[in-house]
Write a protein that binds this ligand. Structure first.
Ligand SMILES: Cc1cn([C@H]2C[C@H](O)[C@@H](COP(=O)(O)OP(=O)(O)OP(=O)(O)O)O2)c(=O)[nH]c1=O
Length: 613
């Protein structure tokens, strides 16, 4: 069965897998690809230090493996295969690249390095298209890489040696095989599992799609780059290629326009499959209409939050519309409209007994819950809404682009405006931090530090999580006086609170409190380059050799930068920086052994150690 038709594109070609890896052979043949196996003789000896990133090294090795096979086959028969695929898998922990162990001691060294920690597995892949011209070999190379994060449990020496003696580690990068007994060592995996096993099949199919079906301008509204087009989409495209119907029309019948995944953020012009016209009229732009109305839905949510509707229904629901209107001291007709829209938006449920919260509303929209996002809704309504009404003039007049098109930080300037505004801002940050603090605190093992200072730590949510996770850690929250003054209102009791103190100050002007570990969570993105360097250099001067700097920022790997949330936020807060940019920033300011890890779905975290100046 060929599930992904792009694999079928290679059906009549002479495809060679330049790899001895049985795992790669299995993954590709399971996917329906037919190929010959010719292991590469390229010696994996490129100088690692000459590559800017580990994945550049893996991609180059993959390319050299494939090119070696292509040229050997060409020399032998004066005929080259059509396509040669090469791959190289490496394990990266800190700045160290691990390949296959040379002996048991080497395997032990590798596994000890990985023990209890998170690491990255990169596979570089090269797809080499070959052709023979006048006895000469011409090649065209496309290459890409995939990264997967893997965390090992804390493992005893005994277990490590038992595993090594099983013989499994010897032919595998990093000295383990996640697909077999090595799977028992692994606590979690973020990303493509097959990438760890040696071949990122999903990304490979996307790459083939890119190569074999480059989108025509008129197709761009239908096919999303980031996904492997659905089978139906491909069939349409193949038909077109074979002289079939026009793409606009081929979407008819409710098949061609399907999105490849369940992401609701479909391209706005993507036709709704069920509603396409059958007579040459353009399909209904359902996604676009949804975008046109998006602001109305936000305002309904904000208004319901402001009226404390979800609080009322959490405690007293279900309630009839008239009773809700009475309690809100609002007009009955208007209240009923609002309630019905909330039902349509999935925020409320309506039965014969009246209106009640949906689960998501009770969890995230009632104000007192552990996971409440009320503060964020309130802040977006009171402030960000207004900022976005200035988008048109800001684009025309050209604001400071380092701060996004709107030229203002969402938070800027309001801390000093009024106590109420400061509180609103703090509630918004508090809401957001609750979603991410645990991931930030546990992305790395920070138990070697005994004191930490969370710069711009606001209500102390992350400080609390750090103190909870590391029982020896004393945590200082350093923030502007107007913030620390109000932070008391956000504190909950608990033993870890004794190890948290709030210190008022400005991190651009005042001496930073002493600490082994400095933390900047969602701070750097808000500042333009000059301020950012000033802040990092102040931290670097305060941090003792061996101390650490932990930076948490919105996840912004290349593939994510184009997605909806970071893009919208970038309008008011500037373009998010990638993990590599953060790694470079820390290195530039005197931090070494810089490691990057994913912290949940929203953030990435970077940890560096202060070098001896
Ligand atoms: C981390 C990890 C790696 N591996 C394997 C995948 C690769 O086969 C190997 C990494 O070595 P590679 O040098 O990438 O590949 P290889 O030597 O096996 O084959 P060739 O060079 O001929 O293409 O490690 C696993 O099987 N499971 C794992 O969990």
């Amino acid at each position: 069965m060929v599930l992904c038709p792009v694999i079928g594109k290679l059906q009549h070609k002479h495809v060679v897998l330049a790899s001895a890896s049985p795992r790669r052979q299995e993954i590709l043949s399971n996917a329906g690809l037919r190929f010959e196996v010719v292991p590469s003789r390229f010696k994996e000896k490129l100088r690692k230090a000459s590559f800017a990133t580990p994945y550049a090294y893996a991609m180059e090795t993959a390319k050299q493996k494939a090119l070696e096979v292509a040229s050997r086959m060409h020399q032998k028969d004066l005929r080259a295969p059509d396509v040669v695929i090469g791959a190289d898998t490496i394990v990266v922990v800190g700045a160290v690249i691990l390949e296959k162990p040379v002996d048991k001691q080497d395997a032990y060294r590798m596994l000890s390095r990985l023990n209890g920690k998170e690491h990255s597995v990169f596979t570089g892949v090269a797809i080499v298209h070959c052709c023979s011209k006048d006895g000469r070999l011409d090649t065209e190379v496309s290459e890409f890489y995939e990264e997967t994060t893997v965390k090992f449990s804390e493992l005893s020496e005994e277990l490590l040696w038992e595993y090594i003696n099983s013989g499994e580690p010897m032919d595998k990068a990093g000295g383990y095989g996640i697909q077999a007994q090595g799977g028992m060592l692994v606590e979690y995996v973020h990303g493509d599992f097959l990438n760890v096993v040696g071949f990122p099949l999903n990304h490979f199919c996307k790459e083939l799609a890119r190569l074999y079906y480059p989108p025509r301008p008129e197709d761009l509204h239908r096919v999303r780059h980031a996904s492997i087009p659905a089978v139906d989409t491909f069939e349409n495209l193949s038909d077109m290629e074979a002289g079939g119907s026009d793409p606009g029309q081929s979407a008819e019948g409710g098949r061609g326009g399907q999105q490849a995944d369940g992401d609701r953020s479909q391209a706005p012009g993507a036709p709704d499959a069920a509603l396409n016209g059958a007579d040459g009229r353009p399909p209904l732009p359902a996604g676009l209409l949804e975008l046109m109305d998006g602001f109305k839905a936000s305002k309904v949510l904000f208004t319901a939050c402001k009226l404390k509707l979800f609080d009322m229904l959490k405690d007293q629901g279900p309630l009839k519309a008239v009773d809700i209107a009475r309690k809100l001291n609002a007009c009955a007709g208007g209240t009923e409209w609002l309630l019905d829209v909330c039902v349509a938006l999935g925020l409320l449920e309506k039965t014969h007994r009246g209106y009640s919260n949906t689960e998501v509303a009770t969890l995230h929209l009632a104000s007192d819950g552990e996971h409440s996002l009320q503060g964020l809704a309130e802040y977006n309504d009171a402030h960000v809404w207004g900022v976005f009404t200035r988008l048109g003039p800001a684009v025309q007049e050209g604001a400071d682009q380092t701060r996004g098109a709107l030229g203002v930080m969402e938070e800027e300037g309001h801390l000093s405006q009024s106590r109420e505004m400061t509180l609103q801002f703090m509630r918004a940050m508090h809401s957001l931090s609750k979603l991410t603090a645990h991931h930030v605190a546990t992305a790395f093992d920070l138990s070697r530090f005994t004191s930490a200072c969370d710069l711009g730590g606001c209500t102390g949510i992350l400080a609390r999580e750090l103190a909870q996770e590391y029982p020896r850690l004393q945590v200082t929250v350093f923030d502007l006086p107007e913030v620390t003054e109000l932070s008391g209102g956000f504190q909950r009791g608990g033993r870890q609170t004794e190890r948290i103190r709030f210190v008022p100050g400005d991190f651009f002007k005042d001496n930073l409190p002493e600490a082994d570990l400095y933390v900047l969570s969602r701070i750097l993105q808000d500042w333009p380059d000059d301020k950012l360097h000033k802040l990092l250099s102040r931290i670097s001067s305060s941090c003792k050799p061996g101390g650490g700097l932990l930076v948490a920022e919105a996840a912004a790997e290349e593939k994510e930068r184009a997605s909806r949330r970071p893009r919208l936020r970038a309008l008011s807060a500037g373009q998010p920086r990638s993990p590599d940019e953060h790694r470079w920033l820390l290195q530039r300011h005197g931090f070494q052994d810089v490691r990057v890890a994913r912290a949940g779905d929203l953030l990435h975290v970077v940890l560096g150690t202060r070098a001896v100046p």
